[in-house]
Design a protein around this ligand. Structure first.
Ligand SMILES: O=C(O)c1ccccc1NCC(=O)[C@H](O)[C@H](O)COP(=O)(O)O
Length: 216
């Protein structure tokens, strides 16, 4: 894919109505609701359905699952009405596509997986895109840690979202280095797990726009 004219932005791990509303005001493309059982940002279905009502038009709602029972995913789809699913565990392509929604697959960039990154994309031919995150396989996201951005493959025909340890202070450099289709941030715009910081959210968006304006 060509370098995008506008880098997409996803704010992940939202837990508060005011943060979801501000994301919309700032022109963020997607907000993520975490249903992974291990996460400090985990929502139950009632909380997520209430939060969903604060998402503005043209803001995608992404439901993030990690090796969740299919029954939970189906309930989230029915009651929260996400626009996309995101899978962070060992889910295979058939499972991921079985819920009637487009999905993103997270690819673990940490640890010691010998399979080349680009080859890993082939395991999920129906994924709408991939989120490259810094944790090791089997680990959780939302770590605030970066990985070596030079390992991001080029010339991939599906959207890549760069995640892991990105924040207002390094997102400009990250976009210049990787030219991803989008960037995903959670802890880098927080004051505590799940509590987003309005100043950091705004600065993050401004820095993405600055990187886009500086693109060759
Ligand atoms: O955010 C979590 O707590 C989480 C838990 C389990 C699986 C995935 C999780 N988050 C996934 C995300 O998409 C995060 O935005 C991504 O890992 C980046 O996090 P951060 O390094 O904090 O920006």
């Amino acid at each position: 894919m060509n370098a995008p004219l506008r880098t997409r932005i996803k704010f992940c791990g939202m837990t508060r109505a005011q943060d979801v509303a501000l994301a919309g005001e700032l022109g963020v493309d997607a907000v993520g609701f975490v249903f992974a059982s291990k996460s400090p940002r985990r929502l139950d279905i009632e909380q997520a359905a209430a939060l969903r009502a604060h998402a503005m038009p043209f803001v995608d709602v992404v439901a993030l699952m990690m090796d969740s029972p299919a029954e939970l995913v189906r309930e989230v789809v029915a009651r929260v009405r996400p626009t996309l699913l995101q899978f962070h565990g060992d889910e295979d392509d058939a499972y991921c596509r079985g819920f009637g929604l487009p999905f993103l697959k997270a690819v673990a960039m940490g640890g010691t997986d010998d399979e080349p990154v680009a080859a890993r994309f082939a395991h999920h031919p129906h994924a709408s895109g991939f989120l490259l995150d810094s944790h090791a396989r089997g680990g959780s996201g939302g770590t605030g840690r970066t990985f070596d951005w030079s390992r991001v493959p080029h010339g991939i025909d599906r959207p890549l979202l760069l995640a892991g340890g990105i924040g207002p202070d390094n997102v400009f450099d990250a976009i210049r280095a990787v030219q991803p289709w989008g960037v995903d941030v959670s802890s880098g715009i927080e004051s505590a797990p799940g509590e987003k910081d309005a100043v950091k959210m705004r600065r993050f968006v401004e820095e993405v726009r600055r990187a886009d304006a500086a693109a060759d």
